[in-house]
Design a protein around this ligand. Structure first.
Ligand SMILES: [Zn+2]
Length: 259
């Protein structure tokens, strides 16, 4: 059954190649048409194939027709009718991200460990929380012994859309290492797959040498976004086939209140 839903987009992850759907991107957001804010994931969305009039940005409101997904059993997942997408207002960051905060705050969980417990209980597959201590942003080479990146499949031209430019794989893998605020947390080590990160890598690598590039990425995604001046919240989600494995889908980093 199709229904009309409205959400504020909070997550746009780097595209990957699905054998069933071609090149797809993880889009998630917070519903604004329900009595209380609720997580929603849209799948599949072939973002690069959207006509420019339907391309939306992070923190933009979009309204579309969607229905519960038949094969993706994660409770937040909806199948979108891409042609029905209508772009609305982009929620601004004025007053310390006040309007974005109003939607995000009610969905902030206690911790990553708490989300893992909820995943077991009710299948929760999207969440947000304040990481307690972010100790590292690791950047490793994602190239295997044969000199191919593990995402190399994404570099093959799409079989569905042969004329499209191939998706360039990101040769690096980015992982946050942090502890959450649950007592006894052994720490978490999760890949970060925000599209903005891939874009930063792609645009900065032409400007800087390798070691400067890595420094710039760490300065932005660790020192600034997770620094003491920011009230850092991680958006996380699990993988369809690996439900215990959560990834950092994006970072919400308004200034510390009163700061
Ligand atoms: Zn933890």
């Amino acid at each position: 059954m199709w229904e009309t839903i409205t959400l504020m987009v909070t997550v746009k992850a780097y595209p990957n190649l699905s054998t069933k759907y071609g090149e797809v991107v993880c889009i998630a957001g917070i519903r604004t048409d329900t009595t209380e804010p609720e997580w929603v994931r849209l799948f599949p969305v072939a973002f690069r194939d959207l006509p420019s009039t339907q391309r939306f940005s992070k923190y933009q409101l979009i309204t579309l027709e969607a229905q519960r997904h038949g094969t993706d059993k994660r409770p937040e997942t909806f199948r979108p009718n891409i042609d029905s997408i209508q772009r609305g207002e982009k929620i601004d960051s004025k007053m310390g991200w006040m309007r974005r905060r109003e939607l995000v705050e009610p969905l902030v969980s206690e911790s990553m460990c708490d989300l893992l417990r909820r995943q077991e209980l009710d299948g929760t597959s999207l969440g947000a929380f304040r990481p307690w201590q972010v100790s590292d942003f690791e950047i490793t080479n994602d190239v295997d012994e044969r000199g191919q990146t593990k995402d190399a499949i994404a570099a093959q031209p799409s079989l569905l859309l042969p004329t499209k430019n191939p998706l360039e794989p990101v040769a690096l893998r980015f992982r946050y290492r942090y502890r959450c605020s649950t007592a006894g947390c052994n720490g978490h080590h999760q890949s970060m797959i925000d599209w903005e990160l891939a874009q930063a890598w792609r645009s900065w690598r032409d400007l800087y040498d390798e070691s400067t590039l890595l420094e710039k990425l760490r300065a932005k995604f660790l020192d600034e976004m997770c620094g003491p001046a920011k009230d850092t919240i991680f958006f996380v989600g699990n993988q369809h086939q690996h439900t215990k494995s959560f990834l950092v889908l994006g970072v919400f980093w308004p200034p510390v209140r009163g700061g």
